[in-house]
Write a protein that binds this ligand. Structure first.
Ligand SMILES: [Zn+2]
Length: 291
């Protein structure tokens, strides 16, 4: 099995169809580390991770794309963020014991998937609601893309403890001389097995599915794990809990320790750190009232 963390684009020139394959090994292991995910939770999180990268490669933005789900079901939160340079992070939260029925709709309960695209430069945000129509994460997203973008898309996702894989096929706008091509190419795509998506080299997958088609392959693009947490962000979060509560925690525990759920980094604050956080808040508040 090849070890890769990459996305590869390909194009059926004559049919005006684009394809992408994403495969992660090390990035996925980093994301899973420090989390004891039950197999089914791990699978759904992995599928969303693959989907977030496939979507980031089809939608133009500079900043981040986040897919989030959280409702009243046992899978209470799933959030994956992918940046336009394919820096990705994600986490899932769940309530145990999990029910016997572990299909994605049961686990999510009353919920939607929410896709948020935030442009880094302008902080402009676009939010799309993905209803749980269909029986899999891939189907939810296909239906969403059909409705919101009028783009015919097929998505295939797979995940296990070692790897994450995804295949996307999308009919591009414009003329298509070969009318049967979409049906033919998506039918061939649907024969892909999870173990192939996770275990075969991406070129082997494309060859296995499309050796009779005219396919143009692009150079693979690396995907990496990236967490955007920082001591500064945690300080801002601590400010919002209020000085009294922070003082109470310090009194009880001697320090405030905050773990990043995505990467596991621990940020510790003692009495002096906390005093500084609130002192700088007073400065910035008087600063703004002067204007
Ligand atoms: Zn982090």
């Amino acid at each position: 099995m090849s070890k890769t963390d990459q996305l590869r684009r390909f194009l059926f020139d004559k049919a005006n169809i684009r394809g992408e394959i994403v495969q992660l090994n090390e990035v996925w292991k980093t994301m899973e580390a420090n989390h004891k995910y039950p197999a089914v939770i791990r699978q759904y999180l992995g599928e969303v991770v693959a989907a977030s990268i496939l979507l980031s490669a089809t939608i133009k933005f500079e900043g981040s794309l986040t897919i989030q789900a959280g409702g009243d079901g046992p899978l209470s939160l799933m959030v994956v963020e992918c940046r336009n340079d394919f820096g990705v992070r994600g986490v899932a939260k769940f309530k145990e014991p999990l029910p016997e029925q572990t299909d994605i709709k049961t686990l999510l309960g009353k919920s939607n998937l929410v896709i948020t695209i935030e442009q880094a430069k302008t902080s402009e945000r676009y939010q799309g609601i993905v209803a749980l129509e269909g029986n899999s994460i891939a189907e939810f997203l296909e239906t969403y893309l059909h409705r919101s973008e009028q783009l015919e898309t097929r998505i295939f996702l797979a995940a296990d403890e070692h790897a994450v894989g995804g295949l996307l096929l999308q009919q591009l706008p414009g003329k298509n001389d070969d009318e049967d091509s979409w049906d033919r190419i998506t039918h061939l795509g649907s024969t892909i097995q999870a173990n192939e998506l996770l275990g075969l080299d991406d070129r082997e997958i494309i060859h296995r599915l499309y050796h009779e088609e005219d396919v143009r392959l692009f150079e693979p693009e690396p995907v990496h794990f990236q967490c955007s947490c920082s001591r500064d962000k945690v300080s801002k979060m601590l400010r919002s809990i209020g000085e009294q509560e922070a003082a109470d925690i310090i009194k009880e525990q001697g320090a405030i320790s905050v773990d990043c759920e995505f990467c596991g980094t621990t940020y510790a604050f003692d009495e002096i750190d906390i005093a500084e956080i609130y002192a700088s808040q007073i400065h910035s508040e008087t600063g703004t009232t002067r204007h």
